[in-house]
Design a protein around this ligand. Structure first.
Ligand code: NAP
Ligand code: GLV
Length: 323
């Protein structure tokens, strides 16, 4: 079913209750001149809902997608889709796609490698010494003596594991299913049965899981207790992966030495939140990586074209699994 606009170009709704998605418009217009773009969170703003072919979403208003009878694609503007699957009325017959982008993986590599190195090479310690003009060298620990565990060995986790292994870290990864061929030099673990063994060796633990019913609260007291004493935790997944009180307790006991947090249960992180005031916690405002606007527009249009050719779109999510 194609949209018979004068130009033959599709009608795409930009839907978010959190941010103004009109910044995407130039990229869509460049990729598809004549495109009919709608923006808003209700019927009044969006116009006739029966003209909308696809919706690009970041926390879309619940219930709206189900009112679009022509809808043939729900496109997340992110790698994660939990902000869409949270809508219980999501039409099950409409494919849901996410962004899978090599540029996004490069950005995540840089963020994760930077955070690992900063802590493992004690950069904050030397910065504090330098502020007092103190020259106090310590023998540096080799990357080979430091194990980084990546929870979530998918598109982004595999890229980070590969990059960290290439610069000499011992790397292990944990996924839901067994991997017949994982990244070279990366020790692979999978499933609940191998979780404790995986965690037991991680001097740094990186959370790159999707947020699902199974992974919510993954970074909790139980997880922290299984890590080596003084571990560094990096959360570049979602805020709800972390049980915030358990992290504060683990920092207080010294079981966790440092945390690098990019995603939070409440974003923006509220001004009075204790994470802002703890020097062992690095807070970044959900910027670990992003996708270019051209990639979002390009993947959306490509996915819609595939659907219109009767094909299963690339980068479709298994909504039963939740990622
Ligand atoms: P992906 O390719 O779908 O990979 C997900 C990985 O998690 C897979 O290895 C999967 O296992 C594993 N997994 C899922 N459920 C699991 C479970 N219950 N137990 C163990 N492993 C499980 O996802 P991606 O593209 O790498 O993205 C991962 C997440 O990163 C996104 O969902 C998003 O939340 C986050 N993200 C954050 C930012 C940021 O800027 N902070 C940017 C982009 C993405 P299998 O391999 O067995 O399927
Ligand atoms: C960002 O958080 C994403 O999921 O792409």
């Amino acid at each position: 079913m194609r949209n018979p606009t004068a130009t033959g170009a599709p009608c795409i709704a930009l839907l978010s209750e959190r941010i103004d998605l009109r910044y995407l418009e130039p990229a869509f217009r460049a990729a598809c001149p004549g495109i009919d773009l709608r923006h808003g969170t209700n019927v009044d703003a969006l116009g006739a809902l029966d003209q909308i072919d696809a919706a690009v979403c970041w926390f879309p208003p619940h219930g709206l997608l189900a009112q679009m009878p022509r809808l043939r694609l729900v496109q997340s503007l992110a790698a994660g889709v939990e902000h869409i699957t949270a809508d219980a009325s999501l039409p099950p017959q409409v494919p849901l796609c996410r962004i899978v982008d090599s540029g996004m993986a490069l950005g995540m590599n840089a963020f994760v490698c930077g955070a690992v190195i900063r802590h493992q090479r004690a950069m904050d310690h030397y910065r504090a010494l330098a502020a007092q003009a103190r020259w106090e060298p310590r023998h540096p620990q080799s990357p080979e003596q430091h194990t980084v565990g990546i929870a979530g060995l998918g598109h982004l986790g595999t890229a980070c594991a590969t990059a960290l292994a290439a610069i000499g870290y011992r790397v292990r990864g944990w996924s839901r299913s067994a991997k017949s061929s994982g990244p070279a030099g990366v020790q692979a673990f999978h499933g609940a049965a191998q979780l404790d063994e995986f965690l037991g060796g991680c001097n740094t633990l990186v959370c790159l899981l999707p947020l699902t019913a199974e992974t919510e609260g993954f970074l909790d007291a139980r997880c922290f207790a299984r890590l080596p004493h003084g571990a560094h935790v990096i959360n570049v997944g979602r805020g709800a992966h972390l049980v915030e009180g358990d992290l504060l307790d683990a920092l207080a006991s010294g079981q966790i030495a440092a945390a690098t947090l990019d995603a939070f249960s409440t974003e923006p992180l509220p001004p009075g939140h204790p994470f802002w005031h703890d020097s062992r916690i690095t807070v970044t405002p959900h910027i670990a990586t992003r996708t270019s606007l051209a990639v979002i527009a390009g993947q959306t249009l490509e996915n819609l074209a595939q659907v219109d050719h009767g094909l299963s779109p690339p980068r479709a999510v298994d909504t039963g699994r939740g990622y």
